[in-house]
Design a protein around this ligand. Structure first.
Ligand SMILES: Nc1nc2c(ncn2[C@@H]2O[C@H](COP(=O)(O)OP(=O)(O)OP(=O)(O)O)[C@@H](O)[C@H]2O)c(=O)[nH]1
Ligand SMILES: [K+]
Ligand SMILES: [Mg+2]
Length: 360
């Protein structure tokens, strides 16, 4: 039996099983089995791994990357060509794009790589078409544009989200606040949730201390933590081709969370798309101020959130700078005083801070 078939069987059994106190343990087991099978799909045991294949893995440039995921002919390539100036073939027939096509755009001084991808279809995560290669590229991006055609049913949005979920990608979600520490000394006296026990037994963890710090955590969140190979990626639902619908219909579209309606063909509402893209990328711009001079606002050093200490700033300019570093003055949100703060290499910078480095 193939992995895809095994998954289907379990999904069928789950849909037939009514949820109650007596079936909780069994359902927990099934969900864990399902997660393990999905992992097999992401990383096939026969070697080769689940990474992007030939024509999909492209050289990475820029400070962050945005991947385009969507059904065929929703307008991904039209958008990508216009945003970056790099030509990616667009046409009225499906599967025009067959590989990853990279381009770059510069926004607020940051160079961002844009990856146009082939269209995917339902069942992509289970091996249909080139879906798995496409989703494997999307997994490595800092932001995903889920591109949708407003003339097609909006249930496509749920289908695409589900395809990515099945590949371990969590859209617009924070990692669950759950920790698992395996121990041989602490007996499991307080845990009585049948589902948690079932999952742990499925993973052959007989002595585990589970701490859940999140009241609304679900058993799916718990499995995500046990599996540990999830990626949490921000996403924008790009609702394309609004030139083909009425104003009233556009107003309804605005109710979809994290969505931006646009027309890539008529170039409508692209400013909003770029603004939301910028917010979601969560980048940190740092302006350099040479001693005794005004800050240079024209070309910020752009860093990624979580990797934006003064040391990261130095390394982004030149590897040698850290060796000569004595101290730095910082002005802006991260500084304690409005007149600036003297800081060391470990200081964490904020967006639009100004920095002056003093060397030894
Ligand atoms: N009306 C309208 N048509 C558009 C818009 N954007 C793209 N199209 C048309 O939609 C068709 C498909 O466009 P593509 O850019 O090739 O779509 P794609 O998503 O890259 O398609 P695949 O690579 O085949 O998956 C083309 O005929 C485009 O001219 C838009 O904003 N409005
Ligand atoms: K097309
Ligand atoms: Mg295309």
């Amino acid at each position: 039996m193939t992995t895809a078939q095994k998954i289907k069987d379990i999904e069928e059994e789950m849909s037939k099983t009514q949820r109650n106190k007596n079936t909780e343990y069994h359902l927990g087991q099934l969900k864990a089995k399902l997660a393990k099978l999905r992992r097999e799909l992401i990383t096939p045991s026969g070697g080769g791994g689940g990474g992007p294949g030939i024509g999909f893995d492209v050289a990475r440039t820029g400070i962050a990357s945005v991947g385009f995921v969507g059904f065929p002919s929703v307008g991904k390539s039209t958008l990508m060509s216009k945003l970056t100036g790099t030509h990616s073939e667009a046409a009225s027939y499906e599967f025009t794009t067959l590989t990853t096509v990279p381009g770059t755009l510069t926004h607020n001084g940051a160079r961002i790589q844009v990856l146009d991808l082939p269209g995917i279809i339902e069942g992509a995560k289970d091996g249909k078409g080139r879906g798995r290669q496409v989703i494997a590229v999307a997994r490595t991006c800092n932001l995903i544009f889920i591109v949708l055609d407003v003339l097609k049913p909006l249930k496509d949005l749920a289908i695409l989200t589900n395809e990515l979920e099945g590949f371990g990608i969590r859209l617009n979600k924070k990692p669950p606040a759950i920790t698992i520490a395996i121990t041989n000394t602490v007996p499991l006296t307080k845990i009585d949730a049948q589902e948690i026990k079932a999952v742990l037994s499925e993973y052959k963890m007989s002595n585990a201390a589970v701490s859940i710090h999140q009241p609304d955590a679900t058993i799916e969140d718990f499995i995500d933590v046990v599996e540990g190979n999830r990626v949490y990626v921000p996403a924008i639902f790009v609702l394309n081709k609004i030139d083909a619908i009425s104003i009233e219909e556009i107003d309804l579209l605005y109710k979809i969370p994290d969505s931006v309606p646009i027309s890539s063909q008529l170039w409508l509402n692209i400013d909003e798309l770029l603004e939301v893209m910028w917010e979601k990328l969560n980048l940190v711009r740092v302006y350099t101020k040479p001693r005794g001079q005004q800050p240079d606002y024209s070309s910020p050093v752009v860093l990624r959130r979580g990797r934006c200490t003064v040391e990261d700033f130095c390394n982004a300019i030149h590897k040698e700078i850290v060796k000569q570093f004595r101290t730095a003055m910082v002005w802006g949100t991260s500084a304690k005083h409005s007149r600036g703060q003297k800081v060391g290499l470990e200081h964490v910078l904020e967006d639009e801070d100004i920095i002056c480095i003093f060397k030894k």
